[in-house]
Write a protein that binds this ligand. Structure first.
Ligand code: ATP
Ligand code: MG
Length: 436
């Protein structure tokens, strides 16, 4: 993509309404624009990142055997009356009346909807487990929408649902999501720490929130320092018994503010880390809370009717765009992890308008594109300083810098955004580095 043709309205000034760094950088980089409080439009650069995250989340759901569906944003109030949540949900729910005076709502989540679909179609224990997910916009009329897309009113969520014949089977499904979430965050370049969360009246130990450490997080968290260096390592076979992997994570202390335990923290001594965290996911088993009121039953092995055991599993896809920035930036701008970067490399023509520079850049641009490398070519006739600043701001992993002096000597410059190293090398060497 040529920058002269790309719609990327960057801002020089720091927008005064933005309180956290991710919000500031998303506005400055021209990724989003506010439509109204807590509601945003995604411009090309931001939308590319959103799509990259969406894809990784999808690939990991598919890999664990979860099937994608797409449920509507608008739901019938009657369904929510049947579960008892129409009144319980309160003012966060956006209620709508259609032209026939029927009560509708813009879905804040989809437990009722998916349970109705399941109940209408699955009748035998032989068809279990069922694992279904969708990635769809949600609306919650948050009291205090803030921090840009981090706490929006309209936001993109991946929500998955599991249906099992027994509590033991439900735990197997839960463990699959637990492990697949760890893998998802790792691919996004994030360390997300699983922390025991409230299960409410249902009880049990099957509820975890996943939080990434960032100074601007809304909750205070405390955990064993080992969590900061953990990773999942080798490939996972989802048909294996995943309990030991889950236990390995849950054995260590990690708690959000309302779950903190003074004695446990004192015992950790120097191994304790207290930080702030951003919730990027939540997995939750809730037994028969929805299957009972909505009649989701199957016939069991002995012909008896059994209420299915259910769980739901959310990832904040649009919040993750901001969370990645909170976790990875410097004073000059965003530093995208390769996996979610909107482009792999930014090609900077230091002297656009100069015949030699233009020719060299056009050739490189074509070569990279032919090799399937996503490149943003800064072909603007502006000063070098402005180009460097914009490229640092939008945080592409690599910058390939072409200038008249280098061309004379047969060299180009390659900069790694993350490490900041700049290196002069031959064009061939630079290209082979970028296509490696
Ligand atoms: P929070 O405590 O942050 O309000 P929640 O418990 O209401 O989150 P869930 O219902 O578990 O959230 O939703 C699943 C995921 O969706 C959350 O982990 C979070 O990443 C994301 N999410 C929730 N609310 C918002 C919001 N207002 N804006 C953006 N993302 C959100
Ligand atoms: Mg909430």
């Amino acid at each position: 993509m040529r920058l002269t043709r790309y719609f990327m309205p960057t801002l020089k000034e720091t927008p005064s309404e933005a309180q956290v760094v991710s919000h500031r950088l998303m506005l400055r980089a021209g990724m989003i624009r506010q439509a109204s409080a807590g509601i945003y439009s995604w411009l090309p650069l931001g939308f590319k990142v959103l799509e990259n995250i969406d894809r990784i989340v999808r690939e990991e759901q598919d890999a664990m055997g979860c099937q994608q569906v797409l449920m509507p944003t608008i739901q019938s109030a009657d369904l929510w009356r049947a579960s008892g949540r129409y009144d319980d949900y309160g003012p966060e729910m956006l209620r709508i009346t259609d032209r026939h005076d029927r009560d509708m709502l813009y879905g804040p989540t989809n437990e009722e909807q998916i349970t109705e679909i399941f109940a209408g179609s699955v009748k035998s224990y032989r068809d279990l487990p069922q694992l279904l997910y969708h990635i769809q916009w949600k609306f919650r009329d948050e009291v205090r929408p803030r921090f840009g897309v981090m706490r929006g009113r309209e936001f993109l969520m991946k929500d998955a649902y599991s249906f099992d014949i027994s509590k033991d089977e439900a735990r197997r499904s839960y463990n699959k999501f637990f492990v697949s979430y760890l893998r998802t965050y790792e691919r996004l370049g994030l360390k997300a720490i699983p922390m025991a969360a409230d299960t409410g009246p249902i009880g049990g130990d099957m509820s975890h929130e996943f939080l990434i450490v960032a100074d601007t997080g809304e909750s205070e968290i405390a955990c064993h320092k080992d969590f900061l260096g953990m990773n999942l390592g080798a490939d996972i076979d989802y048909d294996d018994n995943l309990q030991p992997i889950v236990d390995n994570f849950t054995a260590k202390y990690a708690a959000t503010d309302d779950k903190r335990d003074e004695a446990a923290e004192a015992a950790l001594g120097d191994d304790l880390v207290v930080a702030r965290g951003i919730e990027v996911g939540h997995i939750f088993n809730f037994g028969t809370k929805y299957s009972e009121p909505l009649g989701a039953k199957v016939s069991g092995p002995d012909g008896e009717e059994v209420l299915v055991e259910m769980g739901s599993y959310g990832i904040g896809v649009s919040r993750l765009v901001a969370a990645v920035i909170e976790a990875s930036h410097d004073d000059n701008g965003i530093i995208w992890p390769e996996s979610v970067a909107p482009f792999h490399v930014g090609l900077i023509n230091l002297k656009a308008g100069d015949a030699d520079c233009d020719k060299a850049c056009d050739d490189i641009y074509k070569t990279l594109k032919d090799q399937g490398i996503d490149v943003l070519y800064d072909d603007r006739e502006t000063r070098a300083g402005a180009k460097f600043a914009d490229m640092d701001l939008i945080g592409l992993p690599w910058q390939l810098i072409i200038g008249p002096r280098g061309l004379k000597n047969g060299v180009v410059e390659l900069k790694n955004r993350k490490g900041g190293e700049r290196e002069e090398l031959s064009l061939e060497a630079a290209l082979s580095r970028l296509t490696a």
